[in-house]
Design a protein around this ligand. Structure first.
Ligand code: HEM
Length: 275
């Protein structure tokens, strides 16, 4: 007979802190699913068109200038940018999962190095596509995406520096900022779609020079970065109302993200997937 005394299972209390944490987990779960949907789109849309040698069919997905006849260097730069984008979309989520960091530290280190290198390649390549290849509809919006690219370089440098110096808390904070700015272009697509559904496309134009088209590339990285800082402040704060306000803001953010993802999947991604 067992001599252990059966104790009733301990019930977890709902507190402002646990609500805040739950809102963060909810947002991250939706975002992680959205990252995998984006990856599926990238692979499903570009691999069949590239593997079959029908490069001109890249443009079917609605690009500014993807495949350009005779520009082999630009085309190579474009397709390497796109295919490596699939890697960061999968790897970023894996890097932030605590279970992977704890159980597979070597995997975390190697994927982290590859992630940093690819993020830098994407940022530099993206800036070259915009300003050298001329892939832009208007300069102000292009400047917004360029700022995001520059922030990728800055946050990647801090993430690496703190990791090498074993300042793990600072490394984690910068890695989260890096994750958000690397996903700036993903937030841009999701943000556009959420706004288009909620407002009926207010401020958007086909030639991409409406007010929404111009501010969205800036908001796509500014809003997530500000929310991350506030979330961390609320988590470390003793103020219960602050925690509750932030929990509601992040939960609303999760709903907006889900709405934008639904729109992006239905209108931008799934119609272009061939496999
Ligand atoms: C780091 C994460 C990034 C990811 C995951 C990513 C993803 C993509 C994808 C999937 C495309 C193909 C377009 C499509 O099929 O929707 C694309 C194109 C492009 N990206 Fe990125 N990108 C990233 C970073 C950047 C950055 C930082 C810039 C600029 C500074 C940039 C500039 C561009 C440009 C100019 C194109 C061509 C768009 C067109 O021809 O219409 N990307 N990117």
């Amino acid at each position: 007979m067992s001599d252990t005394v059966a104790t009733p299972p301990r019930r977890r209390r709902v507190t402002p802190q646990s609500l805040l944490q739950a809102s963060g987990v909810l947002w991250f779960t939706i975002a992680a699913a959205g990252q995998w949907m984006f990856t599926y789109y990238i692979l499903g849309a570009y691999i069949p068109r590239t593997a079959s040698g029908q490069y001109e069919r890249w443009n079917e997905v609605g690009l500014i200038n993807g495949y350009v006849q005779g520009d082999w260097l630009g085309n190579l730069g474009f397709i390497s940018h796109v295919l490596l984008a699939a890697f960061v979309s999968v790897a970023g989520v894996l890097q932030l999962l605590p279970v992977i960091r704890r159980r597979y530290p070597a995997f975390h280190r190697w994927t982290g190095r590859a992630y940093l290198a690819v993020a830098v390649f994407l940022a530099v390549g993206g800036i070259i596509l915009i300003w050298v290849r001329g892939t832009r509809m208007n300069d102000w919006a292009a400047l917004g995406t360029t700022t995001d690219g520059l922030l990728i370089l800055v946050t990647a440098a801090f993430t690496l520096r703190h990791a090498m110096a074993r300042r793990i808390d600072l490394h984690r904070r910068w890695a989260m900022r890096l994750f958000l700015v690397v996903n700036g272009v993903w937030f841009l697509r999701v943000g556009y779609m959420a706004w288009a559904i909620a407002s009926g496309g207010a401020g958007m134009s086909r030639s991409m020079n409406g007010p929404t088209d111009i501010v969205m590339p800036y908001l796509a990285f500014l809003i997530p970065l500000v929310l991350l800082e506030l979330y961390q402040k609320a988590r470390d704060s003793r103020s219960m109302p602050f925690k509750l306000v932030l929990a509601s803001v992040i939960t609303s953010g999760a709903v907006v993200t889900a709405l934008g993802l639904f729109g992006a999947w239905m209108m931008m991604w799934s119609p272009n997937i061939l496999i």
